[in-house]
Design a protein around this ligand. Sequence first.
Ligand SMILES: Cc1cc2nc3c(=O)[nH]c(=O)nc-3n(C[C@H](O)[C@H](O)[C@H](O)COP(=O)(O)O)c2cc1C
Length: 387
Amino acid sequence: MLRFLTAGESHGPALTAIVEGMIAGLPITREYINEQLARRQGGYGRGGRMKIEKDQVRFLSGVRGGRTTGSPITLQIVNKDWDNWSDIMAPGPEAHLHERVVTRPRPGHADLSGAIKYRHEDIRNVLERSSARETAARVAVGTLARCLLEELGVEIVGFVRRIGSVEAVIEEDLGTSELQKRTARSQLLCPDPQAEEAMVKEIDRARENGDSLGGIFEIRAYGVPVGLGSHVHWDRKLDSRLAGAVMGIQAIKGVEIGMGFGTAAVPGSQVHDEIYYSPDRGFYRNTNRAGGIEGGMSNGEPVVVRAAMKPIPTLYKPLLSVDLKTREPFEASVERSDVCAVPAACVVGEAVVAWELACAMMEKFGGDSLEEIKERVSQWRQLVRQV
Ligand SMILES: Cc1cc2nc3c(=O)[nH]c(=O)nc-3n(C[C@H](O)[C@H](O)[C@H](O)COP(=O)(O)O)c2cc1C
């Protein structure tokens, strides 16, 4: 079984993650994780924090000579901004607890509920951890999962479908490599260049108006073998686990698998994927409205997950709130924030989908070394073709 925990505050010394249960012998480089971390930091519409940080991972355990050893893997990402916060965030009695105290909860954030729940007078004790800075750790962890999937023939591609009112047009028959190429070229991870142009303008308009924007990203996993997840119990269903993982990303307010919400509006004949058989291909479909999952199990078609991200809650155009201490109304103002972070969220989406799929692969095929799991996956793929 694969598992992980992350720790770390936004302005603490570092983010840390421990991954346990990873097979031995998996090739992994710092450079590959750093590449994914850089993708998370990019995207048109990001704020000042991303100019301070240049995320780099350090392995503190579990990796030797470029391969995993089977021991717990500790990943660390240092926060450069810590230098500016070490007095305020210090763990000991020397901490300057009376500086930069936050008593003004921002609408749309964890601030108010967190302060009430944990009985904090300084909202900083909530916002430091609720911040999406934490997603850097999940991207690092997800990249380990991605390396495992790549070894097992599963490829993850994420892209941005919508920002605000602008929706990308993506040809149904666009091949994986073309989709990847176009997405990699785009500063918004949007494979439709015309839509991208309009999205940039929409972000500029939002910035000028002191507003923010959300959007929709899509993650596709190609090469997922039949039979991951299970129909037998709710918490083993692959769709339920993917939805939970994606919904667990800050600011995600909706998750769809395949046609998702669209299935509610049309008759069944336009929803379900008919089944065909040919001796060379085995069982196959001509459509993939189910997004590669039926009955909580992967069905061999690409897994397709979409997520809706709400607009960034910190606005330059002030929103009304009430001071925790004085109970006086005030207008929530901003020092530094993203206007739009949908491309960054998309990279986090790729990471969490990779993680869930890697967990499901480990559960179905198991093993302690790369050779072992590779052999089992290849046997399974062969067997499925012969069914
Ligand atoms: C990659 C990413 C970057 C984000 N950047 C910001 C930001 O700069 N300012 C902000 O107010 N919220 C930002 N958010 C959103 C908040 O973290 C999120 O809305 C907040 O923690 C409340 O959680 P909830 O929206 O899931 O309820 C970001 C989210 C993600 C995924």
